[in-house]
Every structure is written in C-alpha cells, then in structure tokens.
Design a protein around this ligand. Structure first.
Ligand SMILES: [Fe+2]
Ligand SMILES: [Fe+2]
Length: 307
C-alpha cells in the first residue's frame, strides 16, 4: 500500500508533546551537541604521541580503532530505527533522532582526525585490532538487528534493535571504553593527550543522551508490551556475554604481546565497571514492565533533572 499521512501532529492530530522526554533531549542536544570536532586542538596530542612508548601507542591505537569502527557502524546502522519511529508518527522522537545521527557522524570525524593527524596511520589496515567478539557484535549482530526493521518494524524488533544499539554497544561497550580510556590516559600523566581527552568528554555527553533515549524507548515498548520483557532480558544477557568477551580479548592482546597491560592497569577494574553499568540498566528496564507509559515518561524526566 502506498504510504499516506492521516494528518499532522503539529496542526492538531494530537497535541505536540513539547515537554516530553524526547523533546527535552532534543533541547539538550541543541545546547550541548554543537561542538565541532574540527575545532579541537590536537597539536599537544602529537607531542604526547611521540613521547609515548611503543606499548602505550599500541594499546591506545587498539582502543581508538575499536571506537572508530564502532562510530562508523552506529552511523551506518541507525537509519532503520529512525525510519521505524517516523513510521509511527512519533515526531518528537524523530526530531531528537536527527541530532543523534548527526552526533554519531561527528564522532566518526573526531576519531578519524586523531588517527590521521596524531597517530598518522595513513592507509594502514587496523582491522587486526578488531577481535572475534568485536566482529560478531559490529559486523553481524548490530547491522542484523537494525536492518531487520526495514522488513518488519514491529515493537519486538525495535526492542531488539535498541537493546543491541543503545544498551550494549553504547551503554556497555562505549561507556566501558571511555572508562578504560581515562584509565589509560591518566596513568600517562596530567597533561597528556588534552585534545583526545576534550573530545572524549564531549562524546561522552552526546552518548549519555543516546543511551537515555534508548532506555526511554525500551521502557515505553516494554510498558506497552510487558510480555516482551523476556525478549529484552534474553537479548541483553546474550549480547553482554559477547561484550565482556571483547573487553577480555582486548586486554589479552596486550598481555600476550607485552606480558602485562600498559602501566599495569588493573583488568578487574574495567570488567567490574562494565558489569555495574549493565546491572544498572537492567534494573531500570525491569521496572518498566510494571509501569504505565506516563510513569515511564515521568521517571525519564526525573532522572534527567537529577543528572
Ligand atoms: Fe558515538
Ligand atoms: Fe551514540
């Protein structure tokens, strides 16, 4: 059937939800998401790079490569979810999602600048840094979960897409990645890689809005379809296993090659952090199955106000 509109929200089909949680995120995105990756000064980072040991550079480049490929993947794979939301006429959510995709594109640009201007990787193939579990997650599970929406944008498929994208890739892997990054950079000294630190700080803020939207999306789907909770929980557990394997593989790579992690970082610290992030999200989503849509909205706003 040819797609047609039954009316438009902004001219009275239903009230435009200006105070809704997605619109709050949109307002935030317009205030905080406007940083320009091209403006970040990387000249001091170049010095830090030259001063770093071979082992430290290898560790850092592995992390950067994983982030870079991940940002490209999430940029490539978000569109089917935006499309699914748009098909349901959720204009407020789609408005926020325009900033979401734009921000992912900026993250791609930021890491590309670091790779080319600081690490000077040129045409070098860095895909050896992408471990087997990473490949399963980013080459297969993420695109499969998202592009399935093109054929069938059902609530169940939207739930799986958001669990994969927002909860695991952004919520566990990216957040654990930032944590590991700070850990990695902090041990190198106070003023090292200031441009990278600045960019990661901005990225982290952007990602917190993306994750907040994901939690909201999943919560509203679960609140409207409590029987789908099992699907979300099973998918989360399965993907979390893969994510933890990846974190381990990254650390094993360094340990096997150099007999230790750079500057003896504690691997348990990173794994504990990743597990904690996962538990926090799981508990929030678990509450959603006993909540009404209005309660989901209220809780999202309350958490945002306290953040
Ligand atoms: Fe990103
Ligand atoms: Fe993101």
């Amino acid at each position: 059937m040819e797609k047609r509109h039954e009316g438009f929200v902004t001219v009275g089909m239903r009230p435009f939800r200006r105070d809704s949680f997605p619109m709050r995120l949109f307002q935030k995105a317009k205030r905080l998401g406007i940083w320009n990756p091209s403006d970040i000064d990387l000249s001091m980072d170049k010095r830090s790079w030259l001063a770093a040991s071979e082992e430290e550079r290898d560790g850092l480049l592995g992390t950067i490569a994983a982030f870079q490929a991940g940002e490209e993947a999430v940029t490539l794979d978000l569109l089917p979810l935006i499309q699914a939301v748009a098909l349901e006429g959720r204009i407020e959510e789609e408005m926020f999602l325009t900033s979401f995709l734009w921000e992912e594109a900026k993250h791609v640009e930021f890491f590309q600048r670091f790779m080319q201007e600081v690490a000077e990787v040129g045409e070098r193939d860095l895909s050896d840094y992408l471990t087997p579990s990473y490949r399963t997650l980013f080459y297969e599970r993420l695109p499969q979960a998202l592009h399935r929406l093109n054929q069938d944008p059902s609530p169940k498929n939207q739930l799986i897409a958001s669990v994969t994208y927002n909860m695991i890739i952004e919520g566990v892997l990216a957040e654990t990645g930032y944590f590991g990054f700070y850990d990695q950079l902090q041990v190198l000294g106070d003023d090292v890689f200031p441009g990278l630190m600045e960019g990661i700080g901005k990225l982290k803020q952007d990602e917190s809005r993306h994750i907040a939207y994901g939690i909201y999306l999943i919560s509203r789907i679960v609140a409207a379809n409590p029987d789908l909770w099992e699907v979300a929980a099973t998918e989360m557990a399965d993907l979390m296993g893969l994510a933890m394997r990846f974190v381990n593989e990254r650390m094993q790579y360094q340990i096997q090659k150099y007999g230790r992690l750079p500057r003896d970082q504690d691997p348990q610290k990173v794994l504990t952090y990743a597990g904690g992030q996962y538990q926090k999200r799981l508990q929030r989503l678990d509450r959603a199955r006993r909540q009404s849509l209005a309660e989901v909205e209220q809780e999202a706003i309350a958490i945002d106000l306290n953040a």
